[in-house]
Design a protein around this ligand. Structure first.
Ligand code: PLP
Length: 411
């Protein structure tokens, strides 16, 4: 008799984007001529950098010849990519990372979702609220939480509200926690933690024998100097933090798939008998057992972003999105809305006017301005009363959306 993993039954349906699609489809059916602009997408729209395309073409040609063909590669990633990552993202910022501390993967979603496997199922997790849903859902699946309560919170999880009231810098947990998920720059709020704020978390983890799971998928969007690009810029982080990075938003690899995880060999956790074990070794074991490496062609494309022309092209694409972010942020602020994010991240997080519930604001924006965004409540209970717009759209569409909001939205 096969029984299911009943933890899956604790999860609500994939309600957020399905419900967004349902409401948009219903509106379109009633208003077939409406020109609906989508600022809800969390996907890039610009093509891959030319340097990556050229490198991938060359790699395809290598695959076509017996002498240069590659089969299975190293599970952890090819040296050429790992070395380029270390040189450009760590050594250049004075951070020491060794090649066997970097694990190349098919993207950050898998890594952020799978990392929990190497921790005991009775570990307590802390998540910021609102949050990228993958951290929480994967822990629910693993049985690290109780049931979902009427308040929208899973029992046994430390929720760390992150709202305008605390300037999006959550307070330390008031209960013991073991695994702390931090995302900076943050999806969905588009806000960041300063070095001092992050230091507070590193110190907490060191004092409480906790591990920080730091998601830096949007690090490439940071413009302000005081915002850490990597958690390893903080003293002591190499003992307590794992960092996730992705080529998705950095260089348009959402469909091409490449990311990596850094686990310093100095990050350890205890077994029940009190012995300490490096998490690097556990993840290495897991990665080589369950993952067979990212495609060679893709790794060549990823490494090409670190060439001089690749860096220039990536910077141009990011600047394009960040100009969209500026247009949205300034356009909405000028209407008197409270707007956050959009300076170090491609997300703009706004307070709904008159404290409208976020789904009501979704309907209002769709009906009055024909603009689609994402209701904050979909990212956690503390997202209620907020709304996310993204800067990943087309420039003209973004400008048009803001003009429409200005002209048509009754505030
Ligand atoms: N982490 C955050 C915060 C994200 O927003 C996303 C994607 O939207 C990811 C990770 C996943 O990125 P990837 O495409 O590398 O799986």
């Amino acid at each position: 008799m096969a029984y299911i993993n009943e933890n899956y039954l604790k999860l609500p349906g994939n309600y957020l984007f399905a419900e967004v699609a349902r409401r948009v489809a219903a509106y379109r059916e009633a208003h077939p001529d409406a020109d609906i602009i989508r600022l809800g997408i969390g996907d890039v729209t610009l093509p891959l950098p030319a340097a990556s395309i050229a490198a991938m073409h060359a790699a395809v040609d290598e695959m076509a010849k017996k002498e240069t063909f590659r089969g299975y590669g190293p599970e952890q990633g090819y040296d050429f990519l790992i070395e380029a990552i270390i040189e450009n993202n760590y050594t250049s910022r004075g951070i020491t990372v060794s090649p066997d501390e970097v694990f190349v993967s098919d993207g950050s979603k898998s890594d952020c979702g799978n990392i929990q496997e190497i921790f005991s199922t009775d570990s307590v997790i802390a998540i910021t609220d609102p949050v990228y849903p993958v951290y929480l859902d994967t822990n629910v699946m693993a049985g690290r939480t109780g049931a979902l309560g009427a308040d929208g919170r899973f029992a046994g999880v430390a929720y760390l509200p992150s709202t305008q009231a605390n300037n999006f810098a959550p307070a330390l947990p008031d209960q013991p926690v073991d695994m702390i998920y931090l995302c900076c720059p943050n999806n969905p709020t588009g806000t960041t933690l300063s070095k001092d704020e992050l230091k507070k978390w590193v110190d907490y983890a060191r004092e409480n024998d906790a591990v920080i799971l730091f998601d830096a998928a949007y690090a490439a969007y940071i413009t302000e100097p005081d915002v850490p690009r990597s958690i390893y810029e903080i003293d002591g982080a190499r003992d307590v933090a794992i960092e996730f990075r992705s080529f998705s938003k950095t260089a348009g690899f959402t469909g091409t798939r490449c990311g990596y995880t850094v686990i310093p060999k100095t990050v350890t956790a205890k077994a029940k008998d009190g012995s300490r074990h490096p998490l690097n070794a556990l993840w290495s074991r897991r990665h080589s057992t369950k993952f067979n490496g990212t495609a060679y062609i893709v790794q060549r494309g990823a490494a090409a972003i670190y060439t001089a022309e690749g860096q220039k092209q990536v910077a141009e694409n990011i600047a394009y999105y960040m100009e969209n972010a500026r247009i949205i942020r300034e356009g909405l602020s000028a209407l008197g809305l409270s707007v956050f994010g959009g300076v170090n991240a491609p997300y703009i997080w706004l307070k709904t006017p008159n404290n409208l519930p976020s789904w009501e604001f979704f309907d209002k924006l769709l009906h009055e301005a024909n603009v689609v965004g994402t209701p904050g409540a979909g990212f956690g209970p503390s997202g209620e009363g907020y709304f996310r717009l993204t800067a990943f759209g087309d420039r003209q569409a973004t400008e048009k959306a803001i003009a429409r909001i200005r002209e048509k939205l009754a505030l």
